[in-house]
Design a protein around this ligand. Structure first.
Ligand code: KG4
Ligand code: ZN
Length: 335
């Protein structure tokens, strides 16, 4: 079965062709990084406009790269949420039009389920139950993936900023550019993670929830204090120390989730899963604990449509009641 996947939940216009839920024939991502970088974050209205400009070209390229035409496609999959409403609407309207014209089934896919699936897409040996840590610009979720059909249980989530959002906001405070995650990741390699002792918010809290906005504030306070005392800021040290605080909390809580659910496998996903310190930390802690660790290749960490197409293959096969029918689209569009 050939699925054409479409993803426009945030600032990436993405389209992919995936065969039988696993084989990626093409995976095109048009990023809007440059558009949003001068604002230090995604501007929803601009994101929607750029999705409109790019979507047809991106879809055509994904078909060309896979050496197929729309006539070869068996099903259309599109991200139905969560995400920016205006951005989602562009992908959904386009998917709906293609599905209507070509007479193809249309499946709405949950974006977070897509991120979880990005590991299953490339790791045949990843078998539930496992704990998935989805860390991106919009989400920080700890999810138990059971071995029932699409059995998910959310164990924890952020109470305020998402982990990626914290990276982006701290980079903005340090005037480093956008998106902050990759920049902080790079600069941290030149800094000392023990230079400044930033708090590890919520780490010993009994719940598996997260909170990153206080950490961001303590970095702001640190910068104000140092500047007022006339001290020179070592940005690499600030980055490395901040990153180390985020990484510590994410790893600690993920391991605790494993203990709680009595599983020995962790799969990390989402844009922040590209972080080199997070990966290295997880590798070490999982080795010590005897846990199996999975993470996707970098291109599947950040938003992409291959993960969306992958999920829909299973929704189709399981005949799950998640078909995005026209009434659902109408309801969605009226939000
Ligand atoms: O999954 P994604 O592409 O979009 C959302 O669904 O939000 O994630 C984007 C987020 C941004 O906040 C970005 O700064 C962060 O992922 N990110 C990273 C790294 N690469 C991307 N954060 C930390 N380290 C990285 N290497
Ligand atoms: Zn995402």
């Amino acid at each position: 079965m050939l699925v054409l996947g479409i993803e426009t939940s945030c600032d990436e216009t993405a389209s992919a062709v995936v065969e039988n839920g696993r084989k990626i024939l093409s995976n095109i991502v048009a990023t809007q990084m440059e558009v949003h970088s001068k604002y230090g974050g995604v501007v929803p209205e601009l994101a929607s406009r750029h999705h409109i400009q790019n979507i047809v070209t991106v879809i055509q390229k994904s078909l060309d790269d896979a050496s197929v035409t729309l006539a070869d496609i068996d099903c259309i999959a599109v991200t139905q949420g969560p995400g920016l409403v205006g951005s989602l609407l562009i992908g959904i309207s386009t998917a709906k039009a293609i599905s209507y014209i070509m007479g193809l089934p249309l499946i709405g896919v949950n974006h977070i389920e897509g991120h979880i699936y990005s590991n299953i897409l490339v790791h045949n040996e990843l078998i539930p139950p496992f704990i998935s840590l989805v860390v991106s610009g919009g989400h920080t979720d700890l999810i138990y993936v059971g071995n029932g059909k699409r059995e998910y249980e959310k164990l924890g989530q952020t109470m305020d900023d998402a982990a990626g959002e914290a990276f982006d906001k701290v980079a903005k405070l340090l005037e480093l550019g956008y998106p902050g995650g990759p920049i902080i990741d790079r600069l941290s390699k030149e800094g000392n993670p023990n230079a400044i002792k930033f708090p590890r918010p919520y780490v010993w809290n009994h719940s598996l929830n997260f909170s990153f906005s206080g950490l961001k504030t303590s970095i702001l306070n640190y910068l104000i204090r140092e500047k007022s005392e006339g001290n020179k800021i070592n940005k690499a040290d600030v980055c490395a120390s901040f990153q180390s605080a985020v990484v510590d909390v994410l790893i600690e809580k993920s391991l605790r989730a494993c203990e709680m659910k009595n599983v020995n496998t962790i799969a990390i996903a989402g844009g922040v899963a590209a972080n080199s310190a997070l990966r290295a930390g997880f590798v070490q802690r999982c080795q010590e604990a005897g846990y199996k660790l999975f993470y996707p290749p970098l291109v599947l960490c950040t938003d992409n449509a291959a993960m969306i197409a992958g999920v829909s293959y299973h929704l189709m096969n399981d005949k799950m009641p998640l078909m995005l029918d026209f009434d659902a689209v109408k309801e969605f569009a009226s939000l």
